[in-house]
Design a binder for this molecule. Structure first.
Ligand SMILES: C=CC1=C(C)c2cc3[nH]c(cc4nc(cc5[nH]c(cc1n2)c(C)c5CCC(=O)O)C(CCC(=O)O)=C4C)c(C)c3C=C
Ligand SMILES: [Fe+2]
Length: 448
């Protein structure tokens, strides 16, 4: 009975086999034609949709073929390589649908965001305090996150609005981030990459979902995820990566790698040192004889974060160690932390206490360096330039200098571009690995 049924299926199977053979022949001749024709592959990019590139951990080696379709064996050393680089992953993914190599790279820039105008302050603060990486409640009280975020943002918004009003009514962070993104795109293109940058802000538009949607509709072949924070903290890069992890289903077949931190980059640290040196050089010979003090002021985080393993403070200290080797040795260097929020203890010493203490010691010439920020925003323009400057003068520090943020400093942008390029040739670090292995963020709890 079974035999009979099988026999009756044979002609159907034969027809299916013939159809398959015809399809493969057509596909083979198409790929041969493509090898000879100069094809603008972007027009056919939709072919790729739904083709899942294998995730890095289980990825098989890409099958390399010559123009006749013969399989080329990879060199022996590469066979044993445990993890692919992003470049290899992109290559493999592209080769699955077409024999082309001019990969388009999306660079997804992550930043915090800020209110564009005064009316946005309350919703920006609400988003910020809704984030469990910023405003951490014990597990049993997490159901209070939303009502508390609502109350705190309402209560804080008059003070915060006043601060934004004093710098023109809104945060300049989006404008600077866009300028940095455009400069990075230009630099990567000068270096020969078909790259495009996209901006994902954490607490204000353009949000992560928008950036990812835009990036996918541009048909990028691979993504480098680049937080614009040199130092990793779960409260900044970690929080943005959490949200991205939530949306990672949107680019499940998209080769990607995460740059988690870049606090020791040569171009970044040199660019900061150059800006400090410029301020040091602006002092007169008499002022130099009096002594010059350089105060690095980093955005603080609650002390408990560091006790729970956040590497932020360690990264800050390492940046400063590298930077201070690159400017005049005859100045004194200090570190303090600014922007404390709420009643719990944050990293110490606080910047206002440090300024008072330096003034008490008789310091007259002070250079302040905002070290955790790479563009101007409220903490540099209001907190440092207005509040701390006023305090310093009041306490007798006569000569106050503030080192500008890097913004689009050419040396810095070039270094960021090199960082992106280098990340293509390093073993990929996936979102999963960052969230579950490297830093163990708590992404499952929170929404954008
Ligand atoms: C490295 C940078 C930053 C760290 C670390 C960070 C931690 C952190 N911040 C808050 C609370 C607030 N931050 C606010 C604004 C703000 N913070 C950063 C950077 C870091 N924050 C930026 C870039 C900005 C936006 C600046 C702009 O121009 O808009 C605010 C809003 C302003 C205010 O009301 O003071 C709050 C609040 C916490 C609690 C925290 C660590 C847990
Ligand atoms: Fe902050």
């Amino acid at each position: 009975m079974e035999m009979h049924q099988l026999d009756r299926r044979k002609p159907v199977r034969r027809r299916a086999q013939t159809a398959l053979t015809l399809i493969s022949l057509a596909a083979a001749s198409l790929s041969c034609a493509q090898a000879f024709l100069v094809q603008p592959h972007r027009h056919t990019r939709t072919l790729r949709m739904g083709v899942a590139a294998p995730p890095p951990a289980v990825r098989q080696k890409p099958v390399k073929k010559d123009w006749l379709g013969r399989v080329k064996e990879p060199p022996e050393s590469k066979v044993s390589e445990p993890k692919p680089t992003l470049r290899e992953w992109m290559d493999a993914s592209i080769r699955e649908w077409m024999n082309v190599r001019d990969a388009r790279i999306g660079v997804l820039i992550l930043n915090l965001g800020g209110p564009l105008m005064e009316n946005d302050v309350e919703s920006f603060l609400f988003n910020l305090f809704m984030d469990g990486e910023i405003f951490r409640l014990p597990a049993a009280l997490r159901w209070l996150q939303e009502p508390l975020a609502y109350l705190i943002s309402k209560a804080r918004s008059p003070k915060t609005s006043e601060a934004y009003r004093s710098i023109g009514g809104g945060s300049p962070i989006l404008g600077y981030t866009q300028a940095q993104g455009e400069a990075l795109t230009r630099q990567l293109r000068r270096m020969g990459y078909d790259a495009q940058t996209y901006i994902a802000m954490r607490y204000s538009a353009p949000y992560t979902r928008t950036a990812v949607t835009e990036m996918l509709s541009d048909n990028v072949d691979g993504v480098v995820i680049l937080p614009l924070y040199p130092h990793f903290s779960v409260s900044t890069s970690g929080s943005s990566i959490n949200i991205l992890k939530k949306y990672s289903r949107m680019f499940i077949d998209m080769p990607h790698t995460v740059v988690t931190e870049w606090y020791d980059r040569p171009g970044y640290t040199k660019a900061v040192a150059n800006l400090i040196q410029r301020e040091i050089d602006s002092f007169t010979a008499d002022e130099r004889r009096e002594g010059i003090h350089v105060l690095f002021s980093a955005h603080g985080v609650p002390k408990s974060y560091i006790q729970n393993g956040d590497p932020y403070q360690d990264h800050i200290v390492k940046t400063i160690d590298t930077v201070k080797r690159q400017y005049s040795a005859d100045v004194s260097t200090h570190l303090s932390y600014q922007s404390k929020v709420g009643p719990v203890e944050w990293l110490q010493p606080y910047t206002d206490d440090m300024i008072e203490s330096l003034a008490k010691q008789g310091v007259k010439n002070l250079v302040v360096v905002p070290i955790s920020f790479v563009s101007e925003h409220i903490e540099t323009l209001e907190e440092i330039d207005i509040e701390y400057r006023h305090l310093a003068h009041e306490k007798g520090i006569r000569n106050w200098r503030r080192v500008p943020a890097l913004n689009v400093d050419p040396l810095f942008i070039k270094d960021l571009a090199e960082l992106v390029a280098e990340s293509l040739d390093q073993p990929v670090l996936s979102l999963n690995e960052v969230c579950f292995k490297k830093y163990k963020t708590s992404f499952e709890q929170y929404d954008e």
